[in-house]
Design a protein. Structure first.
Length: 309
């Protein structure tokens, strides 16, 4: 495993492979890890895993994903995930390990590749590790970003605060050091990204999960006030929402023979409104009135678009 010739995307896969291998095993020796690595899909040349590289990857896993790989010297130097309980609770860690488990299964079942269909994620994944590295090092990044509104790209130096995946797209929440403003950029709109020498430290009170807690999706607008939204849902979609809530604040507040009323405590920005519109055939906004009217107006505009000329 020659890291100097390895792309950032390949390194990310190897970090996740290592975390998943140890997590799945419970406890495992370095020799056992090495044997698994030599037959792994991610090991293109079948080479052994140098101990020095293993420890470098082990540290990277902790720095990037906050997954602590410890060694129990009393148990034949077996490695294990020290904060396994936190891994179970953390959505990022669970997503990382879950994604890798699926990748391993798919790589071992190539004969089924045309029968296992996955969702495509737009380009930009090649910048994921660079941004993660910058976040871990506390360094600003220089990006070239081109929005859907412009043909030309803009070169920006920004401080990466956190990453968020939404509707098959990765977004980076960054701070502009000159204005102090926080802004989201889609990684698929970034054509280049490099780590700079400029150091930064996120505010002590900043927490990515807390920052997005009042929102659904990535459309952030503090001018939209936080309020209670009540949604009446009929049919099968009730069960979908019960098994996979739209938002962490979701609660069941009423139930009828063929419907359930869900309540949410959030800032109903554009992403949430769009989600409600997509459910319009089975869901009705009860409160607040302005949101009900906003959804109704969007649906009216949709009907206008489909009227014959």
């Amino acid at each position: 495993m020659n890291s100097s010739k390895t792309t950032t995307g390949e390194l990310l896969n190897r970090y996740i492979w290592l975390a998943n291998t140890i997590y799945s095993a419970g406890r495992i020796t370095f020799e056992e890890i090495n044997r698994k690595w030599m037959s792994s899909h991610w090991n293109s040349d079948g080479s052994a895993l140098p101990l020095r590289t293993f420890h470098a990857h082990r540290k990277a896993v902790e720095d990037l994903f906050d997954i602590e790989i410890a060694c129990d010297k009393k148990d034949s130097f077996r490695y294990y995930i020290e904060n396994a309980e936190d891994v179970e609770k953390g959505s990022l860690r669970k997503w990382i390990l879950g994604t890798m488990s699926v990748s391993n299964l798919l790589s071992e079942s190539t004969q089924l590749s045309d029968r296992i269909l996955l969702e495509e994620i737009p380009s930009g994944l090649n910048h994921l590790t660079t941004i993660m590295d910058a976040m871990g090092q506390g360094h600003a990044i220089e990006i070239v970003h081109r929005s859907f509104k412009r043909d030309s790209g803009m070169t920006l130096i920004v401080e990466p605060y956190c990453l968020k995946l939404f509707h098959q797209r990765w977004y980076a929440l960054v701070r502009h050091p000159d204005t102090g403003n926080l802004k989201l950029y889609g990684l698929d709109r970034i054509s280049s990204c490099r780590i700079t020498d400029m150091e930064f430290t996120p505010g002590k009170d900043f927490e990515g999960k807390k920052f997005f807690a009042d929102y659904f999706g990535v459309w952030v607008d503090p001018k939209v006030k936080k309020e209670t939204v009540k949604l009446k849902v009929k049919g099968i979609p009730q069960q979908y929402l019960k098994s996979l809530p739209l938002h962490h604040s979701q609660k069941e507040v009423a139930r009828g023979e063929d419907y359930t009323v869900f309540s949410y405590r959030l800032r109903p920005t554009k992403d949430f409104v769009n989600e409600l519109i997509s459910m319009a055939g089975h869901a009705t906004v009860l409160e607040p009135v302005w949101l009900k009217e906003a959804v109704r107006e969007e649906i009216r505009q949709m009907e206008e678009n489909y009227k014959e000329d």
